[in-house]
Ligand binder design. Structure first.
Ligand code: FAD
Ligand code: SIN
Length: 517
């Protein structure tokens, strides 16, 4: 298959770019491959909203910029922060034009929420299902454009770069598309494209216990890494402080930070409100601080979770703002009017990823990255809440703009087909499951919120053993999605651990006891 634009992923990043470029060039073809149902993504589960300065009387770009820089703990790229925040209102206009709905207050202005690290109310939201609404609107728009094809249940296995070519037709390291598996027929084919956009989302599932859906396996980052793109800041895994506690320890429902912005308190088992002891902003300190504080409380008490107390909040107001959270709690027999919600930190977001410039270009020619898989410099050592959807919108626009002005030059390279000669269907699927569990336990126990050099070094050794076994399976077996995802997660785990070991100073979401001075 050939296309003008190959987009890997159908969350906010992939869809926003696709809609913009397809509208601008009706004669150019955009192919989106996405490995599950077309709407399955981290985007779909976003709750709190999008941080955008809209109330210029109380708020300002300057305040949002300052909050972002403080949260990022000195490691943000200031120019990027300014650019992204100032672009926010334009990108919001576009989302509204495409049909996304956000809550309004009685005066017809945006009903603004607040989250950790924000000095003002500035989070635009659609109840507590903002991502669901954005994904709905973007997919509806994409379906109106006849030059966009969405191939759901299609898994991108690897990028095609110079080293796949029969002869060195191109001198600089470039991307020519990807090898893709149709997951229903299990056939692998090549999509040749002049420009490829990785919009493949985050890595939460590497930890098992995560707010992310199971698709968040870091595929794009692993593909880019294998293709020799520069990957940066992988040590900055963000743990969300308040995932609903469930003993199973797998994907967990999120209790939005906006609930703390609405007045909820964090308490330990004996009812003590501990956050004021850790930070003067108490429950509304930035996420890194709240998660590290909960971790410290749990280590002192030996308990498995703390509690979020909403019992003092007006029930009707709560239901109006957080209907989904209210109902989810009821499903778990938690009545927020009388019961505290058991919560625990869980892996939530990756601040690092594939390094890109302001135009979203990676260190490989013709390869762009956008959204959670990218590292733009906006988040530094810790992302400010609700800055992620904003970042994806702004960079999708920047990449689009770069395409509008660049020369359109269809490449004529000769790409060999995927070769799986000598492999067979894996006989022991259990080995994939077994190694996945080993990997997730390793990341949870050795590479969590608080790290140490001893644990990180031990993690590298254990990971090597898992890597060896899985590479053996990969060489001998016909490709399956589960095997590719496991291999990708091993690459991502390696990057998180090795880049953690390289960081000699604690910053934001990275805390290593051996770095305490
Ligand atoms: P995603 O939305 O994750 O989309 C990735 C896409 O890539 C998916 O379609 C996936 O199937 C596809 N894909 C992945 N690998 C492959 C492959 N190998 N082949 C083909 N397709 C592939 N951020 C905010 O700013 N505000 C919030 O309120 C907020 N709340 C959140 C709540 C939750 C529970 C979670 C999990 C995250 C939240 N975030 C929030 C973070 C934010 O939702 C994500 O960072 C953002 O949606 C990422 O968008 P994306 O387009 O980069 O990736
Ligand atoms: C939340 O609603 O707490 C998540 C917000 C985010 O991750 O930005």
């Amino acid at each position: 298959m050939t296309t003008d634009y190959l987009v890997i992923g159908s969350g906010i990043a992939g869809l926003t770019f696709s809609v913009k470029i397809a509208q601008k060039f009706p004669d150019r073809k955009v192919v989106i491959v996405t490995k599950a149902n077309e709407d399955e993504s981290n985007t779909k589960y976003a709750q709190g909203g999008v941080a955008i300065v809209s109330n210029k009387e109380a708020d300002s770009f300057k305040k949002h910029i300052t909050d972002t820089l403080i949260a990022g703990d000195g490691l943000c790229d200031k120019e990027v922060v300014e650019m992204v925040i100032k672009e926010g209102p334009n990108r919001l206009e576009e989302l509204l034009l495409w049909g996304a709905n956000f809550d309004l207050n009685d005066s017809g202005k945006f009903d603004l929420g607040k989250e950790g690290g924000h000095s003002e109310y500035r989070i635009i939201h659609h109840k507590d299902i903002t991502g669901y609404e954005i994904e709905r609107a973007l997919l509806a728009k994409a379906h109106q454009l006849s030059n966009i094809s969405i191939l759901s249940h299609h898994f991108a296995i690897d990028l095609v770069t110079n080293h796949h070519l029969k002869s060195s037709q191109v001198k600089t390291l470039s991307c020519f598309g990807a090898y893709v598996m149709d997951q229903k027929s299990n056939t692998i084919f090549t999509i040749k494209s002049n420009n490829t956009l990785l919009a493949s989302g985050g890595v939460g599932y590497v930890y098992g216990h995560t707010t992310n859906p199971v698709i968040a396996t870091g595929d794009g980052i692993a593909m880019a890494y294998r293709a020799k793109a520069r990957i940066k800041d992988m040590e900055f895994v963000q743990f969300h402080p308040t995932a609903l506690y469930e003993a199973k320890g797998e994907s967990s429902f999120l209790i939005s930070e906006a609930v703390r912005g609405f007045g909820a308190y964090l308490r330990n088992k004996s009812g003590y409100r501990f956050m004021p002891d850790y930070d003067e902003r108490a429950e509304l300190a930035s996420r890194d601080i709240v998660s590290q504080s909960i971790d410290s409380e749990l280590k002192k008490s030996g308990e498995s979770h703390v509690f979020l107390d909403c019992t003092h909040i007006d029930k009707d107001a709560f239901i109006k703002h957080f209907p989904n959270i209210y109902n989810k709690c009821l499903e778990h027999h938690i009545n927020i009017e009388t019961d505290w919600i058991p919560v625990v930190p869980a892996s939530h977001y990756l601040c690092g990823g594939i390094e890109v410039d302001e135009k979203g270009k990676t260190t490989i020619d013709n390869l762009f990255a956008c959204g959670e898989c990218s590292r733009t410099g906006l988040h530094g050592a810790n992302r400010l809440a609700s800055n992620s959807l904003l970042e994806a919108l702004v960079y999708a626009h920047n990449i689009y703009k770069a395409q509008v002005t660049s020369n359109y030059d269809y490449n004529e390279v000769d790409i060999p087909n995927w070769d799986d000669a000598g492999t067979s269907i894996p006989k022991e699927h259990i080995l994939i499951q077994h190694n996945l569990k080993r990997l997730q336990a390793l990341m949870r126990d050795y590479v969590g919120i608080v790290r140490s050099n001893k644990r990180l070094n031990a993690a590298i050794k254990h990971l090597d053993l898992i890597h060896e076994e899985v590479e053996g399976l990969y060489r001998e077996s016909k490709i399956t999605t589960a095997l590719c995802e496991l291999r990708n997660m091993i690459n991502v785990a390696h990057l998180i651990i090795s880049q953690s070991l390289n960081r000699a100073e604690n910053k934001g979401g990275y805390f290593n006891i051996d770095n305490i001075k």
